[in-house]
Design a protein around this ligand. Sequence first.
Ligand SMILES: O=C(O)CCC(=O)c1ccccc1C(=O)O
Ligand SMILES: [Mg+2]
Length: 362
Amino acid sequence: MTGATLALEYRPFSLPLSSPLETADGRIESRDGFLIRVVDERGEDDGRPGDATVGYGEATPLAGWTESVSGCEAALERAREAIRSGGPSAALEAVDRQVAARHAVSLALADLQARREATPLYQYLGRGPMVGRVPVNATIGDGSPSETAADTREAADRGFGTCKLKVGIRSVEEDVERVRRAGEATGSGVTLRADANEAWTFEEAETALEAFDEIGLSVLEQPLPAGALEGHAALRARSDGVMIAVDEGMLEHGVDAICEAGAADAVVLKPMALGGIDVARKMAVWVTELGLTPIVTTTIDGVVARTGAIHLAASIPGIPACGLATAELLAEDLGRDPVLIENGAAVVPQAKGLGIDGVWER
Ligand SMILES: O=C(O)CCC(=O)c1ccccc1C(=O)O
Ligand SMILES: [Mg+2]
């Protein structure tokens, strides 16, 4: 990239969800953020950037998980100024402490470089073999036990082999009933997970875990508040077969503290909340070395960030089902989706870079 004159541009977007996603952390109704592009201006002959001269990124802040929308915009503005004289490293430095902004800038730079090298982004990241698909889970929002059973059944009928149920909004008894009914509606061919988003006390989590063990739940994500490292470790010790995953806890404590406390079997990695797919990839390699399972998810991102997360997952060998089938939760998107979700897997784009085109023109 040396010698290139790079320009960074950004513009705001607002994407409503098809129906609000209730989580125990709060309700998500729309996703507002910034689409960015980095253009190598020397490569433009007709004013329209060609394949090897543009990279796309997305910053979609989420309250409680990233910086605010205004903090994100201020960071992007600093990066826009910094990239002219200081290049990529100065731009990244300008967004160093704003994770969503850093996600956008690092993704656009990686997309640009992978396009120049005529390599799909996942191979640029991992230098690994060709990967055709990554397994993905369906995300099932809150609902009554019958609604949950019907939604899970519908996802299974569409080919999902793993379904993640949002829990922690109703009583523990009702959530246990929801998971039980979802299991009965789908049978043993479908793996169930549950994500409580920090909702429970230790006693509530213990009660839920006992029932989930019996039902055969696969993963229980963030049952306790992020701070409760010892609590998660104690739940793990009591679990028969249910894996304990941390998500919010991973952001609060980092990999080393999670491992030292024995707080988790699996770690959820959200590139938007971690500062980019490059950061998330390093964490995935690190947790794998320590014997933990990485799971990649989005924060219900637009097509640019979501496709980046799919490339990230494709660059991690043996990745289990990831929370990347979130396009269907959005009523609108930034552009055409290059990723087909089929039989519980995302078909990984094999074009150069992200494999995204035509988003800027919209
Ligand atoms: O993992 C999934 O299936 C979808 C992503 C998801 O659940 C999520 C989406 C937005 C914010 C937080 C979360 C979460 O995992 O807690
Ligand atoms: Mg979660």
